[in-house]
Each structure stands twice: as structure tokens, then as C-alpha cells.
Write a protein that binds this ligand. Structure first.
Ligand code: TXA
Ligand code: MG
Length: 344
């Protein structure tokens, strides 16, 4: 499927062009506050099929529908349960996706035949302008080839999808850097299906109740969000997580080097200064894990342009957004190096 891709810098004219393309059933990549999305009219079967084709995405993995307001959301669901309303009031626009009962107006290709839909109100002004201008619900997964890391800038989208989609709307680098938190609001106790930009503690504070987290033992349990069974975050080079103090990290670097491997290291600013290795990419600061989330996918992509044989990555604290960061890194990892080597 070869087509010419319009590359547009975000302004009023670009919004007009992109909204016309969406109305005609074409596929357009656009920025959100988390990662870039690959959008199409969520009520148009043919348009939605083009998303799956462009990405090479398995058809049993449902897409998130992006809307501009709770009023627009209400048009596509049977009802909005109280907990969902509380979460939407507290966190949207923002990096939260709620799973709600569908009323059947959204294409079954979006929901992969489920009776529920994932919906979110993105916080990026370009995304909101585009949805409002097109006056459509926009189905959009992350705008990467299936299996690659999600794009946090328009250039990543271009690298993956040039000539496969109609347009790329460039609204700069995204801020959050990891995907939205997915919360199933159709069960008695809401459940987190994917950790993301909004943390469990923040959600529990708003709801004033403890909620379930279906992702705690993601590696051993059957995945709950259909998409979680796929390895979304495979970097081009094998990745090994290193959990331990700086001396242990250095030992591992030296061990792999002795095996003849070209080692690249992904580490926080703090840890970087404590390690001795030729190729190191710093990724945020431990004093603010949101900076690690923001830079993570970009840094993983950058390793692709180097000749390293493997990436040794820091095991970040699993607190606040660190929980989502480690969820993605564990999915990408081949091994976790602990004091005793343990296969994932
Ligand atoms: O931040 C984000 O959420 C980004 C931006 C573009 O909005 N989108 C994104 O979409 O990450 P995608 O398609 O890569 O991930 C959607 C996730 C998948 O894990 C999918 O299985 C889950 O949401 N999902 C969608 N609809 C669902 C449903 N009805 N029930 C359960 N999980 C659902
Ligand atoms: Mg994705």
C-alpha cells in the first residue's frame, strides 16, 4: 500500500486538511499528550480497517476512541457509570482511557467485536481541535508499526508509516511519553488494565476506594486488555534490565563486554555518572520519574541507529509513573539481571 503522505505542521490550515481527510475515510497521524495516534473515523468500517493495515496490527486488538468532551462520549455508550464520571471529571482531558458499555454506534472493527469500548479525551490542543473540526469520534492506536515502540514525535511516525497513511500532523514532541492508563469501568470494582500516565494512587484518591490492578502479575497471568498480550515495546536491539546497585551494574557491563558484546546503557542522569561504558543514553532524572517516561521511547528508538548488540537498562523505581515505565520495560526485556540471574 503506497500513497503519498502529507506532512503538515500544526496550524489552522493543517487542521482543515486533516479533518477533511478523516471525513473522507482516510487515516491521519496526530499528536496527543501521551504518544502520537493513528486516527480514523470510528464509525466508518472501511476507514478503521485502514488503520490495522497501515500498522500491521492484529484485528483482535481493539482501538481507543478519542473524543473532545464527555457529551460527545455519551453519544457512543449505553451509559456512563458513576465511577467513570468521577474519573473523567478528575483526569480528563488527560492520559486516562475508560472502558464503557458500547451502544453499538462505533464500528465493530474498533471494538474487535467486544460489547465495550475504550474512550478517552486527549489533552493535546491539536488533537482536540482536530476531533472538534472533523466532528467525529476518532479511533486511534499509537502511530507506530505494530511491535515497535510508540512514537513521541512526528519524525518517529514518519520513520514507521511514511507512504502508508494519508497525513501526519506535526504538533511537536509529546509530553507524557507513555500511553494512557486504561481503566475498566464496567465491573463492580474498577480495574486497571494498563498502567500509564495516571497512577493507581491518584485514581484511588479520587474514588475513595481501593481498585483492582489486573497488571500486577502481567507476566504470569492471562492478559486482560486484549492488547497486552502482544509485545508492543520491542526495541530493535535486545534489552536486559539490571536491578541492583551501581557496582552490580558495572559488573554486568564488564561481563557482557568480555563476551564480545557491544554494550549500550540506558540510565537515569544519576546512574549514568556512576557507570563506565562507551555508549550511554541518559533518560530523565530519578528526582522526577515523569522525565524518564517522557524520554523513554525516544531513547529506545535512538539505540536502533547505533551498532550496539544489546541494551542494559536501569530498573527504575516502581512508584508513581515509574510503575508504567517498568511495565513497558519489562515487556521489552529479554532478561532481568538480579543479584542472581533470573530468566524473565
Ligand atoms: O495514550 C494512548 O492511549 C494512545 C494514544 C494514541 O491515545 N493510544 C494507545 O492505543 O495506546 P493502543 O491501541 O496502542 O492501545 C489500546 C489499549 C490496548 O491495550 C487495548 O487492548 C486496550 O487499550 N483496549 C481498547 N479497547 C478495549 C476494550 N474495549 N476492552 C479492553 N481493552 C481495550
Ligand atoms: Mg500501541
Amino acid at each position: 500500500m503506497t500513497k503519498s503522505t502529507n506532512y503538515l505542521i500544526w496550524d489552522d490550515e493543517a487542521i482543515n486538511i486533516c479533518s477533511e481527510l478523516l471525513k473522507k475515510g482516510e487515516v491521519v497521524a496526530f499528536p496527543t499528550e501521551t504518544v502520537y495516534g493513528l486516527g480514523a473515523d470510528a464509525t466508518n468500517d472501511e476507514a478503521v480497517k485502514k488503520i490495522f493495515e497501515a500498522k500491521g496490527r492484529p484485528a483482535d486488538n481493539p482501538l481507543i476512541v478519542h473524543v473532545a468532551s464527555q457529551e460527545q462520549m455519551a453519544q457512543y455508550v449505553d451509559h456512563i457509570p458513576k465511577v467513570a464520571k468521577q474519573l473523567l471529571d478528575a483526569f480528563t482531558p488527560g492520559p486516562l482511557t475508560v472502558i464503557l458499555p458500547s451502544n453499538g454506534l462505533i464500528s465493530p472493527f474498533v471494538t474487535a467485536g467486544l460489547e465495550t469500548i475504550g474512550l478517552r479525551i486527549p489533552e493535546h490542543p491539536a488533537a482536540l481541535e482536530l476531533i472538534e473540526k472533523a466532528n467525529l469520534p476518532i479511533a486511534a492506536p499509537s502511530a507506530n508499526l505494530s511491535g515497535k515502540t510508540s512514537p513521541t514525535s512526528a519524525i518517529h511516525v514518519y520513520q514507521d508509516l511514511d507512504k502508508r497513511i494519508s497525513a501526519i500532523l506535526d504538533g511537536g514532541v509529546t509530553g507524557v511519553g507513555v500511553e494512557s492508563t486504561v481503566v475498566d469501568c464496567t465491573t463492580d470494582v474498577p480495574r486497571i488494565l494498563r498502567p500509564g500516565g495516571i497512577t493507581r494512587l491518584e485514581i484511588e484518591a479520587v474514588l475513595d476506594q481501593v481498585i483492582e490492578d489486573a497488571t500486577v502479575d502481567d507476566d504470569i497471568n492471562k492478559p486482560q486488555a486484549p492488547g497486552m498480550k502482544y509485545n508492543h515495546y520491542e526495541p530493535a536491539v535486545p534489552l536486559v534490565l539490571v536491578k541492583g546497585d551501581p557496582d552490580f551494574f558495572q559488573e554486568k557491563i564488564d561481563e557482557y563486554k568480555q563476551m564480545g558484546k557491544k554494550v549500550g546503557v540506558l540510565a537515569s542522569e544519576e546512574r549514568s555518572t556512576q557507570l563506565n561504558v562507551e555508549k550511554i543514553e541518559t533518560c530523565g532524572t530519578l528526582s522526577d520519574l515523569s522525565t524518564v517516561a517522557r524520554d523513554l521511547y525516544q531513547v529506545l528508538r535512538r539505540f536502533k541507529e547505533t551498532d550496539v548488540d544489546l541494551i542494559l537498562a536501569e530498573y527504575f523505581p516502581e512508584e508513581a509513573v515509574g510503575y508504567a515505565i517498568m511495565n513497558r520495560l519489562k515487556k521489552a526485556a529479554t532478561y532481568i539481571e538480579l543479584k542472581e540471574t533470573m530468566k524473565k
